[in-house]
Design a binder for this molecule. Structure first.
Ligand SMILES: Cc1cc2nc3c(=O)[nH]c(=O)nc-3n(C[C@H](O)[C@H](O)[C@H](O)COP(=O)(O)O)c2cc1C
Length: 201
């Protein structure tokens, strides 16, 4: 792939939120996970962890329990009931209608441990940055396979709940959920020019 083709590929990748119902072949899922694994990571410690969720019953339970937490949070914010229910329904639909979910988690178990909180906090940030890169690789491979995918941040807001529903190891911290499937929508998106975000020194 030439640099120009790579740039065009990056420009063409979109977050896709509506999917056909058909399931993804296992070989596709394995390619997504392998691509994620080739991300760079701090000290090459590979702090990413993945949970593949395909069973309708598991998606349904996750969506229902996450929805209940979302409702609680929005009620505490004092939002009107109809807005809350619309948001909860949208979240439920996004999770249950995706043929595949891959929950991206992070583990600090292989990261360095320091004697002070500040460096430990930086180490945790590096693990998070590394896990996010795995997520980006996964999104790019999805685009390469002709799949639609979208990163959903909601698990970050209810990490304990998601860990409990999916019975995760104690050190796996949910960071985001990637919904995947064959795309049932076409989307356009723009970007501010890089010149607006760049300083030269
Ligand atoms: C960390 C992160 C969190 C995101 N959370 C959500 C989300 O909760 N729901 C959603 O629909 N899209 C979510 N997105 C997707 C963004 O909305 C999307 O990337 C952005 O609008 C740009 O569109 P594009 O990906 O098609 O270029 C998230 C993306 C990132 C990187």
């Amino acid at each position: 792939m030439s640099p120009g083709e790579l740039l065009q590929f990056l420009r063409d990748r979109r977050s896709v939120r509506h999917f056909e119902a058909r399931a993804l072949p296992p070989a596709c899922i394995e390619k997504l996970l392998e691509a994620a694994t080739w991300a760079p990571s701090a000290h090459n410690r590979q702090p990413w962890r993945f949970v593949v969720v395909q069973a309708a019953s598991t998606k349904e339970r996750l969506a229902r329990e996450m929805g209940a937490r979302l409702r609680q949070d929005l009620q505490a914010d004092g939002l009107p009931d109809e807005l809350i229910e619309a948001d909860v329904q949208r979240s439920y639909g996004r999770i249950t209608s995706a043929p595949l979910l891959i929950l991206l988690c992070m583990s600090l178990s292989d990261m360095d441990v320091y004697t002070d909180d500040q460096r430990n906090s930086h180490e945790a940030t590096m693990a998070l940055q590394s896990a996010a890169m795995a997520g980006q690789n996964l999104l790019l491979m999805a685009a390469g396979l002709g799949l639609g995918a979208c990163w959903i941040c909601a698990p970050l807001f209810c990490q304990d709940l998601v860990a409990s529903v999916l019975d995760l190891p104690a050190d796996w911290r949910p960071q985001g959920m990637i919904t995947l499937g064959y795309p049932a929508q076409n989307r356009q998106r723009s970007r501010e020019p890089w010149e607006a975000k760049t300083l030269w020194r």
